[in-house]
Design a protein around this ligand. Structure first.
Ligand SMILES: Nc1ncnc2c1ncn2[C@@H]1O[C@H](COP(=O)(O)OP(=O)(O)OP(=O)(O)O)[C@@H](O)[C@H]1O
Length: 207
């Protein structure tokens, strides 16, 4: 069954999404040329952007009628920018949990999520001193630990070598399947897309 849909959506005059269906508990990859509107679609799905026309639905409710904060917690977008504080990995987890009014995770739980994302660093390491790819994986681990219903990743492996990218996607996909989380991934990598997608949506660039 569909968990997210876009019907006859137009954004900013030039982006048109006639009919997009995202199936619950499946892994959907979005592909298409630069500027065709992949990132914009994910921002429309969590109401960061609003369509000029058309309807986006989440669990059969028009998202313009839903509470935006709750929607964004359930339909979580991990953008290409990484948001981490210049503190330890452990404190970064805690800060995100404080912000959501959730009790902090145990160290074991934090390590489990870091492991899923191939980020097996010491919890006391300061994020400030990590590389771009390391920070991306730590951020992914924190976001995944928040257990969204839909996990949307905008080029999650852009800073990773192919082997690490494969391992991270493999683990995230398995975790999402086990926990009934719907996964949406934007990727420019045709090999990764073919390998991990249950569904592929190809957006076209309008001229
Ligand atoms: N907030 C916004 N307001 C107006 N136009 C926007 C906004 N965000 C993106 N656009 C425009 O929408 C078009 C699609 O951008 P988008 O980032 O969705 O493409 P993309 O397919 O994700 O590209 P890439 O593969 O390069 O990341 C671009 O022309 C962009 O300039």
């Amino acid at each position: 069954m569909e968990i997210l849909t876009a019907k006859d959506v137009i954004f900013n005059q030039n982006l048109h999404y006639p009919s997009i269906d995202i199936f619950e508990n499946h892994t959907t990859f979005l592909q298409g040329p630069s500027g065709c509107g992949k990132s914009t679609l994910l921002k429309l799905f969590n109401a960061t952007l609003s369509p000029d026309q058309g309807v986006i639905s989440y669990k059969e409710h028009d998202i313009s009628t839903l509470n935006t904060i709750t929607l964004r917690q359930e339909v979580l977008l991990v953008s290409q920018s990484v948001y981490l504080f210049d503190t330890s990995i452990s404190e970064n987890f805690d800060e995100y949990y404080r912000y959501r009014n959730l009790p902090p995770l145990s160290n074991e739980e934090k390590k489990d999520f870091l492991h899923i994302c191939s980020a097996d660093f010491d919890l006391t390491s300061n994020c400030m001193n990590m590389s771009g790819g390391e920070r991306q994986r730590i951020y992914l681990a924190i976001c995944l630990s928040l257990m969204p219903k839909v996990f949307m990743l905008d080029e999650p492996t852009s800073a990773l070598d192919y082997e690490t990218a494969t391992r991270v996607l493999e683990n995230i996909k398995s975790f999402c399947q086990e926990n009934k989380i719907t996964l949406i991934v934007i990727s420019h990598d045709a090999k990764l897309t073919q390998h991990y997608a249950d569904h592929i949506i190809t957006l076209e660039k309008k001229v």
